[in-house]
Design a protein around this ligand. Structure first.
Ligand SMILES: Nc1ncnc2c1ncn2[C@@H]1O[C@H](COP(=O)(O)OP(=O)(O)OP(=O)(O)O)[C@@H](O)[C@H]1O
Ligand SMILES: [Mg+2]
Length: 271
């Protein structure tokens, strides 16, 4: 399968000193769901900001690596340029405009999508606010309410719906499950799986919820301290002893210090 997104040897440095990303490589094939998973501070958000062009320009630099999307380099592109190429990001926080209604949020996304696509209309599968309401009935019921009143799951739906109106080739979701109850988290993951299976939408899921992500992803990459320490098909990752022990909590780390054990085992088994 051809890679839609290829990240090779990415390095990102904050403030001339903190090497947040230290040679990260991964690929996302067209039509796949891929997971990039890791704990707090592993470097997930930094990685996708580097891809989408959302790294702040001051105090942070991409010091090495290649970023390719649909066969061309996207290194150093601005956010509107990566969006125009078809990369859409549902951010970790501030996903929607709280003081606008659900419908106004989507109206805005329709206008932005139209401006972005400029000529590529044929690829768009979602054209109107009604298309999004058909996909997410709970949003239709709250169309005229301010977005600030939405539940966590509905906010996530609104953010995903707004992205779809931009006709993305790749949807990147940063922490789809953040702050959501398990049942709602499951619904959001199922929805992303449906979008992938029914519309062929390529999805990069960036998340701490290893079990959830690997339940729908074809392939997963585990990020620790700015490095990919392990990757493989999801079923292989889920069966791996270290993943079971340190990410799924099914191991025998017992009373010992979690991080010490993890570091020791990782060095011993994974390298
Ligand atoms: N603006 C910044 N200035 C300095 N260091 C930063 C900045 N943003 C992130 N970092 C550092 O870069 C590293 C990676 O952070 P990042 O936010 O990418 O991790 P993450 O995997 O998304 O974590 P989380 O799961 O908490 O969202 C961390 O050590 C963090 O402290
Ligand atoms: Mg993050």
């Amino acid at each position: 399968m051809t890679a839609l997104l290829e990240v090779e040897g990415l390095e990102v440095v904050y403030g001339h000193a903190i090497r947040a990303i230290q040679g990260v490589s991964f690929r996302v094939e067209e039509g796949a769901i891929v997971g990039l998973v890791g704990l707090n501070g592993a470097g997930k958000t930094t990685t996708i900001r580097a891809i989408s062009g959302f790294l702040p320009t001051e105090h942070v630099r991409i010091t090495d690596g290649r970023l390719r999307f649909a066969g061309r380099s996207i290194l150093g592109l601005r956010p509107y340029e990566t969006a125009r190429l078809g990369i859409a990001v549902v951010p970790e926080r501030e996903k929607v405009f709280d003081t606008l209604t659900v419908r106004e949020n989507l109206d805005l996304a329709v206008s932005a999508g139209r401006a972005l696509r400029a000529g590529a209309e044929a690829h768009a599968k979602f054209h109107s606010v009604e298309d999004v309401f058909a996909l997410f009935p709970p949003l239709a019921a709250r169309a005229e309410q301010d977005a600030v009143l939405l539940s966590g799951g509905e906010r996530q739906m609104l953010a995903i719906g707004a992205c779809l109106l931009g006709a993305p080739r790749l949807l990147i979701v940063d922490e789809a499950s953040l702050g959501l109850a398990p049942l709602v988290r499951r619904q959001v993951l199922d929805l992303l799986l449906r979008l992938n299976q029914k519309m062929g939408l390529t999805v990069l899921l960036v998340d701490q919820d290893v079990a959830g992500v690997l339940s729908i992803a074809r392939h997963g990459y585990i990020l620790e301290n700015g490095r990919v320490v392990f990757d493989g098909p999801s079923d292989r990752l889920l069966a791996h002893g270290d993943v079971q022990e340190f990410y799924l909590g099914r191991g025998n780390a017992g009373e010992r210090g979690y991080r010490n054990v993890k570091q020791y085992r990782r060095v011993r088994r994974w390298h």
